[in-house]
Design a protein around this ligand. Structure first.
Ligand code: GH3
Ligand code: MG
Ligand code: MG
Ligand code: MG
Length: 313
């Protein structure tokens, strides 16, 4: 028994060291006390390029859910520290809150045990032992679906830009990075000029084309690190890491000039659409997401007031 736990601990430590050095990697967490099964699943899935982290009891599993944010959790419901539902419930609650996929894996596939798994909120039940090929197909399928789901939650459908929810989270990150490491950043709010008129003149579908056209243009002009988001309607936010307001201004002006030269087409009629933009950066006194956006919005307001088709810091 001691030997078993000792080995498990070593496997966990080595794995954590490895995975912590692979950033942005997606993980599969296996919470199971059966070393033979863990060795099997780890070797099998890692050979296919997946990263597998393991926990040999429920508490450790819960910790890893918080620390590592795995995409998939395989959970054994017969664990040494599990008596009663408390830990299981916490694991499942947290995993589902983070939109992780959680399946129970158990040797006991009795009706009662399966029902228990579903009753506590597991999304699937897999009977052990499981065939290697089936497990690989299962995990491949799950990862593809999880990625799609994850994307759909942060991507705006019409423009394929990041959405407002993602923007807020990233802005929060930028503020944190600035407070911790003094990494500067800039924020721009962009609003299309007289867009209501585009809709009124050419119809909403053409209006949608313009929004998509603008989004594509942003993708070609912005730098790799810039995060372009649809803030709402015909308003966009561009987050620019490691950028001062002056540098952001140059970028926005290049974007604005490209946009102003672009032609859109509706029923063989060519027309142009401009935008106005407001820019702020992290040197502002109010390092709060709402305040930063308010300040950028204020600059945008001045851009609109003084004739549109311009960028104001
Ligand atoms: P301003 O230059 O002052 O910004 O004028 P504007 O007409 O662009 O501003 P206003 O806020 O009056 O109008 C924005 C319009 O954008 C109104 C709304 O119907 C339209 N809109 C918002 N979301 C969408 C969308 O997804 N598709 C289309 N086609 N239109 C949209
Ligand atoms: Mg067990
Ligand atoms: Mg607007
Ligand atoms: Mg507008």
């Amino acid at each position: 028994f001691y030997q078993k736990n000792f080995n498990m601990h070593k496997v966990e430590q080595e794995e954590l060291y490895l995975v912590k050095n692979k950033s942005e990697k997606e993980f599969i967490l296996v919470i199971d006390d059966d070393i033979v099964f863990i060795t099997f699943i780890k070797e099998l899935l890692e050979e296919k390029g997946y990263s597998v982290i393991v926990a040999h009891n429920g508490n450790r599993g819960l910790e890893l859910i918080y620390e590592m944010k795995p995409a998939i959790v395989f959970l054994d419901i017969m664990l040494p520290d599990i008596n009663g539902f408390a830990i299981l419930e916490n694991i499942i609650k947290k995993a589902k809150k983070e939109r992780m996929f959680i399946a129970v894996m158990s040797m006991n596939d009795s009706k009662q045990n399966r029902m228990r798994a579903y009753d506590i909120g597991a999304l699937d039940f897999i009977a052990k032992p499981i065939d290697s090929d089936i497990l690989i197909s299962y995990v491949t399928n799950r990862f593809a679906y999880q990625t799609e789901l994850e994307q759909s939650i942060i991507i705006d459908e019409l423009t394929q830009m990041y959405n407002r929810k993602y923007m807020n989270a990233q802005l929060q990150n930028l503020i944190q990075q600035f407070t911790r490491k003094e990494e500067p950043f800039a924020v721009a709010i962009v609003d299309l000029d007289h867009f209501k008129k585009v809709n009124d003149t050419y119809g909403h579908l053409i209006g949608d084309d313009v929004l998509q056209g603008f989004a594509n243009l942003v993708k070609t002009v912005k730098r790799e690190q810039d995060i372009a988001c649809r803030y709402g309607g015909e308003e966009f936010v561009i987050l620019m890491p490691n950028t001062s307001a002056e540098e952001a201004y140059v970028l926005l002006e290049r974007l604005r000039e490209t946009m102003a030269k672009k032609y859109f087409t509706a029923n063989e009629i060519n027309f142009q659409v401009t935008f106005s933009a407001g820019v702020v950066d992290s040197t502002t006194v109010n390092l709060h997401p709402k305040k930063l956006l308010e300040e950028a919005d204020q600059a945008l307001y001045y851009a609109k007031q003084s004739g549109r088709n311009q960028t104001i810091i």
